[in-house]
Design a protein around this ligand. Structure first.
Ligand code: AMP
Length: 632
């Protein structure tokens, strides 16, 4: 039995023993009494244990003599800045900020909303909250006033921390103005706003409410860490559900710290001093877990990158970061690599940089189609690991545990379930699917540490969304299958399955095939209503730069490919060529919105949309193709 299998088996047979062993690797002020306690369907890890997440991330390393090690490298091509903080320097700034929070009345157990761009002060704000036992709720900086107001309303912060502005490519976003408008919209009134003024744009302040962070920090004292209970919430992170109201996923302190540390050692295979870049945003779960907490728990150097994969200044920026900061592990969404591939399909840029330090590349957030995965492997000559997880779990449900044992990579698969995740595939009646049969991906309870403790202020929704569908199991909301070798294939959300004349077809499977066409850079497939077959697939494709073939020829080629690779029953006939696809800022294609436009159904413009013009663009293309067929 390999190391992976040994660990996986033990984690399911005896989760208490498995996670108690992992808990030895973090700092506790007071050891826990019980490894796991289940109360009304809430899974509480390390009950009775007393620790502090900020202590584990920062002070522990300083106290162990590593205060001079680099903790954070801020690299911001949009402001032309590179700045490094050692663990000691970060400790001082966090401790002073924590002191300011306390001075302004923030207490242990209070919520603090953080609405910030990708600057070091975001990390400092999060850890300052953790230091005093306040619960942070970071709202992605790209959210507009209405979405922000909904989150303020729900988590009722005693303080909001913000910056004067965010910086996009050639654009300054006025964060403070958006925040002021959100506070006006919300019935919850905030007493204090801690403001970081960026030199690119100073914000107007409201007397007696807004506090100048930098000024106050100059005279602040250093606040020590407050011990908290393991099951006290560390943070709330909102994620979208099926309704317009976001769900506040609660993550507790102790279990999170244990699982984060375990994942760094065993999944990413990193050791103290390694340099880790997660090219995401602190407003998403990847940012929480792998920009902020996990690399610091592990004594690594985390790279905070304020820029894009392309255009800041070009498609070689990831490789420049690798060379300049000697990055060992790079983590990004597949969409980032598709953007790079579109501009530099031959991988010329990567040849300009020294990539020796880089050991592996991890991708997550959406399916990584075989074509993209192979392209990244080819141009970088590094192992590319697809791993699957969600806001609710906080870390990988399935992946390739490089720190334990490197499993064979099967392109298109997020490899195998990680220890602690008892993954099953069930059909609608709750029967286990056969190997290779598509079904709902579920996790047999209990979930491992770091997974959600509940939904903030809405226990009923927690149970309805995740636990009621199949009693005894957590519903991931994704569909997929496990093959003969135990490899996990995540094919899309449960609503990503389409039914064409009685055949269940995954849109992800069709996308995989279309992406393998040599002219296609990216594509999205949605099901649209069809009087005859129930549903039929509609594909929107983006061509690679420089493709000269006639569009009709390319479409014919794709139809033939789909017949050959998926089967004629998939009935892929409708293909549109577009310049861009509507996506969320975290890179997820808005398939539901595409479907609504194609079917002429009313839709609400998603608040997370990255480029609003993409909606107008695809509406025009679809109109040219005769959609919607009937106006409702
Ligand atoms: P979020 O909670 O926003 O991070 O989104 C989580 C969802 O993204 C999952 O439920 C999946 O639908 C999708 N996802 C994340 N990682 C992967 C992956 N490696 N393969 C396929 N889908 C993924």
């Amino acid at each position: 039995m390999g190391k992976y299998e040994e660990n996986y088996k033990l984690s399911l047979e005896n989760p208490q023993e498995f996670w108690a062993n992992a808990a030895r690797n973090i700092h506790w002020y007071h050891w826990y009494d019980k490894v796991l306690e289940i109360v009304d369907n809430h899974y509480r890890w390390f009950v009775g244990g007393c620790m502090n997440s900020c202590y584990n991330a920062i002070d522990l390393h300083v106290h162990s003599g590593h205060g001079d090690r680099k903790a954070l490298i801020y690299d911001s091509p949009v402001t032309n800045t590179i700045k490094t903080y050692t663990y000691k320097e970060l400790q001082t700034r966090i401790a002073k900020t924590a002191w300011i929070l306390k001075l302004k009345g923030v207490k242990k157990g209070d919520t603090v909303l953080i609405y910030m761009p990708m600057i070091p002060e975001s990390v400092i704000a999060m850890l300052a909250c953790a230091r005093i036992g306040a619960i942070h709720s970071v709202v992605f900086g790209g959210f507009g006033a209405h979405e922000l107001a909904m989150r303020i309303e729900d988590c009722k912060p005693s303080m909001i921390i913000t910056a004067s502005c965010g910086i996009e490519v050639n654009k300054i976003i006025d964060y403070k103005e958006i925040l002021d408008s959100a506070i006006k919209q919300s019935s919850h009134k905030v007493n204090a706003v801690l403001l970081w003024q960026r030199p690119q744009k100073h914000a107007d302040t409201i007397p007696f409410r807004d506090i100048d962070w930098e000024n106050l920090e100059m005279m602040a004292k250093e606040e020590p860490c407050t011990p908290v209970d393991s099951i006290d919430p560390l943070y709330i992170l909102y994620t979208s559900g099926t309704t317009g109201k976001p769900k506040g996923v609660i993550r507790s302190n102790g279990g999170h710290c244990v699982a984060m540390k375990w994942s760094m050692d065993n999944i990413y295979g990193v050791k103290p001093g390694d340099v880790f870049l997660a090219a995401s945003d602190v407003g998403w779960v990847v940012g929480h877990s792998y920009i902020v907490y996990a690399p610091l728990f592990s004594g690594c150097t985390t790279v905070l990158y304020e820029g894009k994969p392309v255009r800041t200044p070009d498609a070689g920026v990831f490789w420049r970061l690798v060379e300049q900061h000697k990055i060992n592990v790079l983590f990004a969404a597949p969409t980032a690599f598709r953007a790079i591939k579109k501009e530099d399909s031959k991988g010329e840029m990567v040849k300009k940089y020294n990539m020796d330090s880089l050991r592996s590349i991890f991708v997550a957030g959406e399916r990584c189609d075989t074509n993209t995965l192979k392209w990244i492997e080819k141009i970088t000559k590094k192992p590319v690991i697809d791993h699957w997880w969600q806001t609710e779990t906080g870390w990988a449900i399935s992946g390739n545990p490089l720190g334990l044992e490197t499993l064979k990579v099967k392109p298109g698969s997020a490899t195998k379930p990680m220890p602690g995740f008892n993954l099953k595939v069930l059909d609608e009646d709750g029967n286990e699917c056969k190997k290779g049969q598509l079904g709902n991906l579920v996790l047999k309870l209990p979930l491992p540490p770091a997974c959600l403790l509940g939904i903030w202020q809405d226990d009923e929704r927690y149970k309805r969304s995740y636990l009621n569908h199949y009693p005894g199991y957590y519903l991931t909301g994704d569909n997929g299958y496990i093959d003969e070798d135990g490899y996990v294939f995540v094919m899309g959300r449960m609503d990503g399955v389409i039914n064409v004349a009685g055949h269940r077809i995954s849109t992800g499977a069709l996308e995989e095939t279309i992406s393998s066409h040599p002219s296609v850079a990216e594509c999205a497939v949605v099901g649209i209503d069809d009087d005859f077959r129930g549903e039929i697939p509609l594909a929107l494709i983006i061509l690679k730069d420089g493709v000269k073939d006639k569009p009709e020829l390319i479409k014919e080629g794709i139809v033939r490919l789909a017949i050959a690779e998926v089967g004629a029953f998939a009935n892929l006939k409708i293909i549109g060529i577009v310049n861009k696809l509507p996506k969320t800022r975290s890179g997820k294609i808005l398939r539901g919105t595409i479907r609504s436009i194609a079917e002429g159904k009313p839709y609400t413009k998603p608040s997370t949309i990255d480029d609003e013009q993409s909606l107008t663009h695809i509406t025009e293309v679809l109109k040219g193709m005769g959609f919607p067929k009937t106006q409702s």
